[in-house]
Design a protein around this ligand. Structure first.
Ligand SMILES: [Zn+2]
Length: 413
């Protein structure tokens, strides 16, 4: 069979996604498969059984990243790699991450059953803890694998209950032996839902991002003075929650103040002791700033930081700020971006050039290997929520573009 005529089986991709959605499935129709939870383990077990069905050589590294390799004619040539993540947000959706893993798997199934011999090996990957919701930061294990983060630092990351990443990895039985260390990769492709409203609005099927926005994370701790609410007069209070409230609104207004071209969000807040009759004594909240323009993001942070200091002083609530994590914007490999667009065109899918507003493992991988992503529309632009949805035919379209990206890259001598 002429490989150009190959297509994935949309129905089989749908079934795989539905099987995976049962693991950690929530009553609201989403999934909750937090990194290194029992659900993550069950999904990994199922994933491994599917890799074995098509005779892939399995490797699990010391970060729990799972790789499946299909040999090429020349295994000295660096492989083509594709995948995404199996973990989800709390009450997250059925497509985020898992589509990229199941899409790559479907591609490999088609290559396997048609006995296609590629010059280069083709590999699939599930990156551990992409979401960063249980163990921050996000993209932790692609970060370690690419050498951007330290393994032992990652092992020590703690969830809200004080459980360590390394121990939980051990507990679910996925701490592999292989060093989590990059090796040469010829090309990396990641299929993903858009997680935004643009493709749907434009009526396009395939999104071709030129890169990923820069991402800046901060943790802010506001120190107040806890006290009985009744006897303490309003005057002279140091209410950490009121100070935080003012700061949060400053974050919300930041993009408009900076002339747009960025987004800024406070998504997580912890109020202590969180009692109705105690003046809040401490508040911890997070700030997330994203922009294609890294200088703008950093300038915006400096600007809002000054506001924070002013508010802290005014309200008598000292501040502590941690610069938790940052990843500058990345530009994908032009050749692969063009290839994805060209393939989409040849397959008859409408397409749209764009930028990824969300971070992905592709962000770290693109720093060490030529990388591109393929987006499919998110219904209503919703993601990281239970109602997250994508049409099955769009999943199939994305899978077909991915399949041919893999075949073309794997054919390059
Ligand atoms: Zn994702």
């Amino acid at each position: 069979m002429d490989p150009r005529n190959l297509r994935i089986k949309g129905e089989r991709l749908k079934n795989s996604l539905e099987e995976m959605a049962k693991i950690g499935g929530t009553p609201g129709g989403g999934v909750q498969r937090l990194a290194l939870s029992d659900e993550d383990r069950r999904a990994r077990d199922l994933f491994l059984s599917w890799l074995r069905e098509i005779d892939l050589e399995i490797m699990i590294d010391e970060m729990g990243n799972i790789f499946g390799k299909r040999a090429g004619k020349n295994n000295n040539l660096p492989p083509v790699l594709s995948g995404s993540h199996i973990d989800s947000q709390p009450k997250g959706g059925r497509f985020d991450g898992i589509l990229g893993v199941m899409g790559a798997l479907e591609g490999l199934r088609v290559i396997h059953e048609n006995r296609i011999e590629t010059p280069r090996p083709v590999m699939i990957v599930d990156w551990t803890n992409e979401e960063g919701t249980r163990f921050s930061p996000a993209m932790l294990s692609s970060g370690v694998w690419t050498g951007k983060l330290e393994r032992d630092w990652a092992y020590g990351r703690m969830d809200i209950q004080g459980k360590k990443f390394g121990e939980e990895l051990e507990r679910i039985g996925y701490r592999g032996k292989q060093p989590a260390k990059r090796w040469p990769i010829h090309a990396y492709y990641e299929l993903h839902i858009e997680q935004g409203p643009i493709l749907e609005k434009k009526g396009k099927i395939i999104g071709i991002p030129k890169g990923i926005n820069g991402l800046y994370w901060y943790d802010v701790y506001v120190e107040g003075k806890a006290n009985q609410v009744g006897p303490t007069p309003m005057e002279g209070r140091s209410d950490a929650l009121c100070a935080a409230a003012e700061m949060i609104l400053k974050v919300n207004k930041l993009p408009a103040k900076m002339g747009e071209n960025m987004v800024a969000t406070v998504g997580e807040i912890h109020n202590f002791p969180n009692s109705r009759n105690i003046i809040p004594g401490q508040v911890h909240f997070t700030v997330d700033i994203r922009s294609w323009d890294d200088d703008l993001a950093i300038r915006a942070w400096k600007d809002v930081e000054k506001d924070f200091e002013r508010i802290a002083k005014k309200r008598g609530c000292p501040l502590r700020i941690d610069k938790t994590w940052s990843v500058p914007h990345v530009t994908f490999a032009e050749k692969l971006v063009k290839r994805a667009a060209e393939i989409a065109k040849n397959l008859g899918y409408s397409r749209h050039p764009m930028v990824s507003g969300a971070g992905h493992d592709a962000s770290y991988v693109s720093q060490i290997a030529p990388t591109a992503m393929i987006f499919v529309p998110s219904i209503d632009g919703r993601s990281h929520v239970e109602v997250e949805d994508t049409k099955w035919e769009d999943c199939e379209a994305g899978g077909n573009v991915l399949l041919h990206c893999l075949l073309q890259s794997a054919s390059e001598e």
